[in-house]
Design a protein around this ligand. Structure first.
Ligand code: NAG
Ligand code: NAG
Ligand code: NAG
Ligand code: NAG
Ligand code: NAG
Ligand code: NAG
Ligand code: NAG
Length: 638
């Protein structure tokens, strides 16, 4: 009897496994609505997702600037470009047939061509994720304003949301007193500044991710019942939406990064300590260092993209000496700004490789008392010219700037991204390598756009002050950037300016953690799994974490998981020597693994969580708790 039961159980289990593994392949290549002035293309894209493109009066060309990769890295049609394929051409309300791709279905829900997106559950039922927003007196959900000087237009797209829905992502916010992990209630200006890198992508607690593949200025609004994307200028509104089980943020990231690119694994030197001065002193004080950054104004004139020979007689010799002394690599900082006195100015100007402005001359910025023009990195010829030099700064975006690919309104957010691409391409050309999974070089960028993770590049969060409130904001900025697909992220240790603390204990901890961090980057490359994680990603079933995340209670949202095994709760108040930490309730699978929360410094165990503790937090003991064996963490055996 007993064996029989076991056998039946096994059989049932096998069946369940078979059902969950069977993938429902897309049953249509796409729908094209052609109705009045509007065209809307809806296509299955990657696993469990759709791509939607809407345009006015003319079809999309398919060759618009895009962060979506077609064909994507993974998907039911792997290797096959979707292009603008479709097998249904319909008017609104004329019986378009729903498309299913894996566990996701898109359905036309009204006579006005509105779309609704559902997740198909294991029992075959459908759960509504979101739909294009409609209400009797509302602005229509796909709203356009076109001025007839060009084919471009302003677009406002609205989607239904519920007040209890949580959103994660939206890029890096360092302004406007924003300390949020849950973006509900926030409004974001889609424009990049020093430290502010908004990205129109977000993940919902209902189990979907939505990304607007438009590098324009505009806004992202998360209000109670409506989530809105506004593009100031575009020729196509292009978005991607993908589903997973609620709380399964790793699957959403896997699908999203299959659509936008995966982070190649960084070289070892990028995992160590990085500084911009005093290599000899590090040797003297026995502090390891892996990268020395030669920061700005090593050049004579902006746009020279070479060292000022008066102060840098032998850069190559110096790099060799630094390497010999410390083992560290060197990195140079170069800006995109070009002043009239630069050796490169004349040729760039004559070849039309400088950004211009609507009124002609192209003066778009000033620094250090000179007016500057920026190299137009959106022009392939300019990218080629630039190469041989590394660039890591964005221009202050001026409204009337114009680039090869379009206006600042329409394409400004792509500027830093195309810089990253230039460096990547140039390095690949130079070294004759083209391995999208491994990096031999790294660029450090202060800005980016969606999909920036595909480059050998890491985002640094810009000029930060050495203040505790700034450190606190960096926590939510970092986890939000990771939730936007970019885990290769860093901040200036102790802040960019005003530093006055000793960090050398922490530097040695950083080196101890290299094997663990290396493992996290390998996982990131293979699956897109975020490295910095809001507690909600791993503990959404703990209702204390859930409730605190809804309200952005700093007790929970100023803590984060660093990979699957470390919980970090930085002190964010000056002079504090104790810190309240919430240790979440471990999931049953974590409990099964024998995990419990252990304090990094004292080795004291705090059981399986669901507890707030006050932990000693002197300056040299940042509150860190780990799961599993410390040896395994230190050896990267996770
Ligand atoms: C609606 O679709 C049918 C075929 O499904 C087609 O015969 C008919 O012409 C369409 N009507 C309009 C108004 O597009
Ligand atoms: C695709 O499958 C879904 C769900 O099974 C169904 O509702 C829909 O009609 C199908 N669409 C087509 C074009 O066959
Ligand atoms: C709004 O959506 C509902 C279905 O959710 C539909 O019945 C109704 O026709 C829609 N209204 C408009 C104006 O599209
Ligand atoms: C890299 O090489 C390709 C092929 O020769 C060329 O088209 C491209 O412009 C080069 N990129 C850079 C940044 O030099
Ligand atoms: C740095 O801190 C030390 C005490 O830790 C203090 O004596 C010194 O004045 C500080 N320096 C600056 C520049 O604030
Ligand atoms: C979370 O909030 C819900 C609804 O307000 C409440 O019922 C529940 O007790 C809260 N859970 C915790 C752990 O505070
Ligand atoms: C967590 O602790 C609270 C009270 O401290 C208790 O009511 C609740 O049942 C606990 N939750 C779990 C999952 O143990």
């Amino acid at each position: 009897m007993r064996t029989l039961t076991t056998a039946i159980c096994c059989c049932l289990l096998a069946q369940v496994a078979a059902i969950s593994e069977a993938y429902f392949a897309p049953n249509s290549t796409g729908i094209k609505f052609q109705n009045g002035f509007e065209r809307v293309y809806i296509q299955p894209f990657v696993f469990n997702g759709f791509r939607v493109r809407a345009s006015l009066l003319r079809d999309p060309t398919g060759s618009e600037l895009s962060a979506l990769i077609d064909p994507p890295l993974e998907g039911p049609e792997k290797g096959k470009s979707a292009g603008l394929a479709h097998d249904q051409v319909v008017r609104y309300g004329n019986a378009s047939r729903p498309i299913r791709n894996g566990n996701m279905v898109v359905v036309e829900i009204s006579k006005t061509g509105l779309l609704a997106f559902y997740r198909v559950e294991f029992d075959g039922s459908r759960s509504l994720l979101t739909s294009e927003f409609n209400d009797t007196k509302a602005l229509v959900p796909r709203y356009y304003v076109q001025d007839f000087r060009s084919s471009s237009f302003e677009a406002t797209f609205s989607f239904a949301s519920s007040p209890d829905e949580l959103f994660f992502g939206a890029g890096q916010q360092a302004c406007c007193k924003d300390h949020t992990v849950n973006k509900k209630g926030q409004v974001y200006d889609l424009i990049n500044f020093n430290s502010n890198v908004p990205i129109p992508v977000y993940m919902s607690s209902k189990g979907y991710l939505q990304f607007f593949n438009v590098a324009s200025q505009g806004r992202l609004e998360f209000s109670d019942y409506r989530t809105r994307f506004v593009s100031s200028e575009t020729t196509v509104v292009d978005y991607y939406i993908t589903a997973a089980e609620p709380g399964d943020f790793d699957t959403l990231q896997k699908q999203y990064t299959a659509a936008t690119g995966r982070q190649p694994t960084p070289p070892d030197f990028a995992l160590g300590f990085q500084q911009s001065k005093l290599p000899e002193r590090f040797v003297k004080e026995k502090v390891p260092v892996s990268l020395i950054v030669v920061d700005f104004f090593a050049w004579k004139f902006q746009g020279d993209w070479s060292f000022d020979p008066e102060f840098w007689p032998d850069p190559a010799g110096m790099a060799a000496t630094v390497k010999k002394l410390t083992g560290a690599e060197m990195m140079v900082s170069l800006w995109p700004s070009v002043e009239d006195n630069s050796v490169n100015y004349k040729i760039l100007q004559e070849d039309g490789l400088l950004e211009t402005t609507r009124d002609g001359p192209g003066v778009s910025d000033s620094f250090n008392d000179v007016y500057t023009r920026n190299i137009d990195s959106t022009n392939p010829a300019a990218r080629e010219f630039l190469y041989g030099q590394l660039i890591s700064r964005i221009p202050y975006a001026r409204t009337f700037a114009q680039y090869f690919v379009g206006t600042q309104e329409a394409a400004g957010k792509a500027y830093p991204w195309l810089h990253q691409q230039a460096i990547q391409e140039g390095f690949n050309n130079l070294t004759e390598t083209n391995d999208p999974t491994t990096c031999q070089h790294m660029s450090l960028t202060r800005s980016t756009f969606a999909g920036g993770q595909r480059f050998c590049s890491y985002l640094w969060s810009g000029d930060t002050d050495s203040r505790f409130d700034v450190l606190a904001q960096q926590i939510t900025a970092g986890v939000s950037m990771a939730a936007s697909g970019i885990s290769s992220w860093t901040l200036d240790i102790g802040g960019f300016s005003g530093l006055n603390v000793s960090t050398s204990e922490y530097i040695s901890l950083r080196y101890q953690l290299v094997p663990y961090v290396k493992k996290l980057f390998q996982k990131l490359q293979a699956t897109g799994s975020s490295i910095l994680r809001p507690l909600y990603f791993d503990f959404s079933s703990d209702s204390f974490v859930g409730n605190a995340t809804v309200t952005n209670d700093p007790l929970v949202t100023k803590q984060y998981m660093f990979g699957p095994r470390l919980l970090v709760a930085p002190v964010t108040v000056a002079g504090a020597s104790k810190k309240d930490v919430y240790l979440p309730q471990l999931s049953s699978s974590m409990v099964k693994n024998g995990f419990h929360w252990t304090h990094w410094w004292s080795g004291r165990s705090f059981g399986q969580g669901n507890i707030t503790i006050a932990i000693d937090a002197p300056l040299d003991q940042i509150p860190v708790f780990y799961l599993g064996s410390k040896d395994n963490i230190l050896s990267g055996n996770i």
